[in-house]
Write a protein that binds this ligand. Structure first.
Ligand SMILES: Nc1ncnc2c1ncn2[C@@H]1O[C@H](COP(=O)(O)OP(=O)(O)O)[C@@H](O)[C@H]1O
Ligand SMILES: [Mg+2]
Length: 256
């Protein structure tokens, strides 16, 4: 089943009366359960692609079908409902609220989604938050402030937050961009795990080690998809080196 189908997507920014055609006729399809990485030079439109296909930013032309819903036809209120309930977001700049604890940051979107729906749903949210934090091995930092934890712990907390409402799909923009090798590896292990449990993932990365753990790589250059490379399902650490080698050969062909 298709999760996300993008047809002839164009995005143009106008800055100082000059038109910048950032995305030019993008066509792509992400299947349910896939993990797809977007790579390409800086400024090629990777973040813009992620933001437009997830409805965070309006498109100039084209259509985006997300689980049978045409996102361009939704009202702003419907769109924010889809983003809150069906999508999860992880960013390089982590956007955590500094005056809240890690735990409160994680449950915030769930409390927003639950609205005023009373104690029963709050108990469920707390249960879900605790289970996620346990799974991502950050239970011990629940009551810490945002500036009292490591970068890797903070990014794992962001992943918990992105999963709190059981999204169908997670969008991640350079989720390991601010992390060292070790933390980056931990974050990827968690993204692979939630993907194996069924969450579809679209991520942007410039790190070959990160992209090599996804099913498929899209290479974007100057606002167009220039090529795509299927690595297949990532099953075990023993194939990592081989996947990295195949990916890096292909990236060289792409002019990376
Ligand atoms: N909000 C915006 N307003 C105007 N121009 C933008 C905006 N966001 C991105 N751009 C422009 O779009 C192009 C692609 O940016 P981006 O998608 O961030 O690239 P990447 O993530 O691949 O580095 C750049 O030329 C950038 O200046
Ligand atoms: Mg970017």
């Amino acid at each position: 089943m298709s999760t996300l189908t993008v047809k002839d997507l164009c995005k143009t920014y106008i800055v100082n009366k000059r038109q910048n055609n950032v995305l030019k006729n993008i066509n792509m399809e992400i299947r349910e359960g896939e993990m797809v990485a977007v790579m390409g030079p800086s400024g090629s439109g990777k973040s813009t692609l992620l933001y437009t296909v997830s409805g965070m930013d309006a498109v100039t032309a084209g259509s985006i079908d997300f689980f049978g819903k045409d996102l361009s036809r939704l009202s702003p209120k419907e769109m924010s409902g889809v983003r809150l309930n069906e999508m999860g977001f992880v960013f390089q700049q982590m956007h955590m609220l500094k005056n809240l604890t890690i735990y409160d940051n994680i449950i915030l979107p769930a409390y927003q989604a639950a609205g005023g729906r009373g104690r029963g749903s709050r108990a469920k949210i707390n249960e879900q938050a605790k289970a996620l934090m346990h799974k991502l091995q950050i239970s011990e930092i629940a009551e810490n402030a945002v500036n009292e934890v490591s970068g890797g712990q903070l990014q794992r907390a962001c992943i918990c937050r992105s999963l709190i409402n059981h999204p169908k799909m997670v969008f991640a923009d350079e989720p390991t961009g601010a992390l060292n090798q070790q933390n980056s590896k931990e974050v990827m292990r968690e993204l692979n795990r939630i993907n194996a449990e069924g969450t579809t993932i679209l991520l942007v990365t410039h790190d070959i080690k990160v992209a090599a753990k996804s099913d498929r790589i899209l290479y974007i250059e100057d606002g167009s998809i220039k090529g795509e490379f299927t690595l297949g399902r990532f099953e075990s650490e023993t194939e990592v080196k081989d996947r990295e080698r195949r990916l890096s050969n292909w990236l060289m062909e792409m002019g990376w």
